[in-house]
Design a protein around this ligand. Structure first.
Ligand SMILES: NC(=O)c1ccc[n+]([C@@H]2O[C@H](COP(=O)([O-])OP(=O)(O)OC[C@H]3O[C@@H](n4cnc5c(N)ncnc54)[C@H](O)[C@@H]3O)[C@@H](O)[C@H]2O)c1
Length: 360
């Protein structure tokens, strides 16, 4: 691939992993324009090594809002963009409960705006692709059995998932109505390096290292399917190369865990690299003893499980990382980078947690 790819939200967790993955592991010869608003969740420094190695010829960072038609349009023209991968979104369910407006603006209006820009610039072009990144949360909550298929009816329950569902519908509509070559992926919970510490795994990890109480919603029995972020990046790459326009692909790790199981697996990985007995912040207790149950999240989906048979059958993708392997890589990364992260994001995050009852 020698094209120019516009990656929106590339300073966030999955977007920054994707850009690094493309440069380092795919043989990609083209240019990436990373277009990101740098909200509280985006850090340009997540890709400072890539910027040093590939910028400005093959990597360009532009600070901007996907809701700004003029600016996105100008970028597509200036760089002759022929692939758009849309990661940009507000992504934290808790934040969407306390303040849904930005979720509607970025996740719906922003996605619409990108689709409009692509439509305006790519008239009748066949050598282009718009890939929209979405979540399994659009399918709602499962009972004890069953898995989400690509054909499962949408049933979102939070402002976050409802906004993501809207953008999926818009993306699909642009394929059917205008023939825009759109693909969509709906992925399960990701974990790995560079994830914002408001999400379960890095939150628990950083708190465990500091010997602080680890908040767990409800009874800790909510179930999620986990995928190491690099496996997600490879799935997106495979869809860009071989996915069929108009199609949706479910992407999951076949790794269903209750939240308490997830935390126990995380603590096992942490014990290997930073044993609790040697961690003075714990004052003699074990990581597991830090678990503190808090009032459940409003409308908390009980269980997600995803069937990724289609991408496996049609495109030959399957996850390569086991859960403990991925967790150990994640723990190692946070042990090496946690203090930098804490400096950059922790102050605002702690204030937010306190304001919104999660930390008392
Ligand atoms: N994290 C997961 O487990 C997961 C699972 C499935 C799907 N997804 C989807 O993957 C995508 C990326 O998720 P993430 O976890 O990396 O999110 P993130 O919150 O870490 O990063 C989001 C990025 O988008 C940027 N952004 C936000 N609003 C913007 C705007 N208006 N214009 C331009 N940039 C903007 C932020 O600055 C940030 O860099 C999202 O679309 C999300 O719905 C995430």
């Amino acid at each position: 691939m020698t094209k120019t790819m516009l990656v929106t939200g590339g300073a966030g967790f999955i977007g920054s992993n994707f850009i690094r993955f493309v440069f380092e592991k795919t043989g990609f010869k083209g240019r990436i324009v990373n277009f990101d608003k740098l909200t509280y969740a985006g850090l340009r420094g997540n890709l400072s090594d890539i910027e040093r190695r590939f910028g400005p010829k093959r990597y360009v960072f532009i600070k901007g809002d996907i809701c700004n038609f003029k600016k996105v349009n100008a970028v597509i023209r200036k760089y002759d963009v022929s692939v758009i991968v849309n990661f940009a979104a507000e992504t934290h369910v808790d934040r969407s409960i306390h303040g849904p407006r930005e979720f509607i603006e970025t996740n719906i209006t922003g996605a619409f705006n990108l689709l409009e820009c692509a439509r305006a610039n790519w008239k009748n072009r066949k050598d282009v692709r718009f890939h929209h990144i979405s979540t399994d949360e659009v399918f709602g909550s499962l009972g004890k059995t069953g898995r989400f298929m690509e054909t499962t009816p949408y049933d979102p329950r939070s402002p976050y998932s409802a906004a993501k569902a809207s953008s999926d519908h818009l993306a699909r509509a642009y394929f059917h109505t205008y023939g825009l070559p759109v693909t969509i992926s709906n992925c399960s919970n990701n974990y790995g390096p560079y994830q914002h510490p408001e999400k379960l795994i890095p939150l628990a990890l950083l708190k465990a290292v500091d010997g602080e109480p680890i908040p767990v919603y409800g009874d800790g029995g909510n179930t999620r399917d986990w995928l190491f972020v690099e496996d997600h990046c490879r799935a997106i790459w495979v869809i860009l190369r071989r996915g069929r326009p108009g199609e949706t692909y479910n992407v999951g790790g076949n790794c269903e865990k209750r939240n308490l199981e997830t935390l126990r697996a995380l603590f096992r990985a942490l014990e290997k690299l930073k044993p609790s007995v040697k961690n003075q912040m714990l004052k003699g207790c074990r990581y597991e003893e830090l678990i503190t149950f808090v009032k459940d999240r409003a409308g908390h989906d009980r269980r997600y499980a995803i069937d990724s048979g289609k991408i496996k059958r049609e495109l030959g993708w399957k996850p390569r990382f086991g859960f403990s392997e991925g967790l150990e890589a994640t723990v190692a990364w946070y042990l090496a980078h946690g203090s930098r992260l804490k400096k950059t994001v922790a102050a605002s995050y702690r204030a937010w947690l306190k304001k919104n009852y999660i930390l008392r």
